[in-house]
Design a protein. Structure first.
Length: 252
């Protein structure tokens, strides 16, 4: 069977490129054999499909002076030359982009990690996110590590980030009535710990699907949890792995 219902763009560790995987059920995924990019330090893709165009923001030169670029495609497979969204800054990092379309404001948002913390820009078009006029700092670097991802659900904006206390990775989630904050930590944080990072949140129908990076020993994997949003009472209950509830998570 050819798996084509859902497409997932993923970045490999270090600077090994960007690939595409496909699924019919959001649980079982098959990777395409050849990467989409692997020559220029590409990493961390975020893709929106709008009006027949695929917009991909991704990190470029991750192992050097990381910065964020935009590519477009009409078929989701063949992407053109890049446009710089967030320019390189000597000695600083700009990476982990997340493209988000807000149905309330009809604006596009770019969330990303910089050496100063989580930043955001907004624009009426995806290409317009190259303009830094709207840029603002949402969460300073001393409060999180990287990997912002935005989810809008039930009139609330949920912004996930990862942290590292020098021992392990954890995932924390903030909420706000606005896509640009102010953001408040949910009371049941950290949502995930014990090596859990880079959370990607998606709602299809009434089910929340969360994909996240999991470090076990020296090996990174992508793990998956889901939740029925019609019965979940709080954000921590949204994260139930297949087969039963997650183990209790220690506090911060």
């Amino acid at each position: 069977m050819v798996l084509t219902t859902y497409w997932g763009y993923y970045g490999t560790t270090d600077c090994a490129g960007i690939g595409l995987a496909r699924s019919n059920d959001l649980v079982n995924w098959v990777k395409d054999p050849a990467p989409l990019f692997n020559q220029d330090g590409e990493r961390w893709p975020s893709v929106l499909h709008v009006g027949g165009t695929f917009y991909m923001a991704h990190t470029r030169d991750y192992c050097g002076t990381s910065h964020i670029v935009l590519r477009t495609s009409t078929d989701g497979l063949n992407f053109g030359a890049y446009q710089v969204l967030v320019a390189p800054q000597s000695g600083l990092r700009n990476q982990n982009p997340n493209l988000f379309f807000d149905p309330n404001t009809n604006l596009f948002y770019l969330y990303w990690w910089s050496s100063f913390g989580v930043k955001v820009r907004s624009a009426t078009t995806v290409a317009g996110l190259s303009n830094s006029a709207s840029e603002q700092l949402l969460i300073p670097a001393d409060q999180c590590r990287a990997a912002p991802h935005m989810l809008y659900y039930n009139n609330t904006y949920f912004l996930s980030v990862e942290t590292n206390d020098g021992v392990t990775w954890s995932t924390w989630i903030y909420s706000s009535p606005s896509p640009t904050g102010p953001f408040q930590l949910l009371p049941d944080n950290p949502i995930l710990t014990d090596g859990s990072a880079c959370l990607f949140q998606h709602v299809f129908g009434s089910t929340l699907h969360d994909y996240y990076c999991k470090l076990t020993g020296s090996t990174w994997t992508i793990d998956y949890r889901s939740a029925d949003l019609t019965t979940a009472g709080n954000r921590s209950a949204f994260l139930t792995p297949p087969g039963g509830p997650p183990p209790a998570e220690p506090g911060p």
